[in-house]
Design a protein around this ligand. Structure first.
Ligand code: CA
Length: 219
């Protein structure tokens, strides 16, 4: 059974999540503020954290940065207020695995929770795939639609990052730090340039631009 920690100070939303998740077979616990959220999430007793950004005492960003700073790998889905694109980007940059904007449909959140739990349970794979697109991590070869695609080292790194985060929006900064390391100026457009190269090789519609946030590999 999967244990989910709900860090949310709005009683109505916390109760809604709690009820919905229990009905779907999860064990849940609610934390009403940032300190409680950190204490419970770092205990290792939970498989996933749903983290509201606007929490009293210690906000969601601080909880997340502290968890990641101490190498807690618990999957985190952040909840952000509608229209707060900056919060979403900052949350992903701070180490969130996914996000939902309020108000959200419960079924969509449930699908995202299941996806995150599945991707952490997966053993190390040698071939990553999405639809007809495959990437062999040993031979470093990609293939799509039955044809082999030659990739440069950076293109390979970028595609591997996308394939390891299925259906997840990745910010430019996340992609920069994962593929290039932190040696690049965050204002650099190198990510956009390489996304363009990948689109040229894999097809334009393979990587979607999510306005104001980043890019997503289309499943
Ligand atoms: Ca709140």
């Amino acid at each position: 059974m999967n244990r989910i920690l709900i860090a949310e100070d709005e009683q109505r939303i916390a109760a809604f999540l709690d009820k919905g998740l229990r009905r779907n077979g999860f064990t849940t616990e609610i934390a009403n503020d940032g300190s409680a959220a950190y204490a419970l999430a770092s205990s290792g007793a939970f498989d996933l954290l749903i983290l509201d950004i606007g929490l009293p005492e210690v906000d969601g960003f601080s909880v997340l940065r502290r968890l990641r700073g101490e190498h807690h790998e618990i999957p985190v889905i952040i909840l952000t207020a509608r229209g707060e694109v900056d919060d979403t980007v900052a949350g992903l940059d701070a180490g969130a695995d996914d996000y939902m904007r309020k108000p959200f449909a419960f079924d969509e959140l449930l699908a995202r929770i299941r996806l995150r739990l599945r991707s952490t349970a997966k053993p190390e794979e040698i071939v990553l795939r999405s639809g007809d697109l495959t990437l062999d991590l040993r031979t470093r070869r990609a293939a799509t639609g039955g044809r082999q695609v030659e990739l440069t080292a950076r293109e390979f790194g970028l595609l591997e990052t996308f394939l390891r985060h299925p259906d997840q929006v990745l910010t430019r900064e996340q992609l920069l730090s994962r593929v290039w390391g932190f040696h690049f100026d965050p204002g650099s457009n190198v990510v956009d340039v390489y996304v363009r190269y990948l689109r040229g090789k894999l097809g334009d519609d393979r990587i979607e631009t999510v306005r104001g946030i980043g890019y997503r590999l289309v499943p």
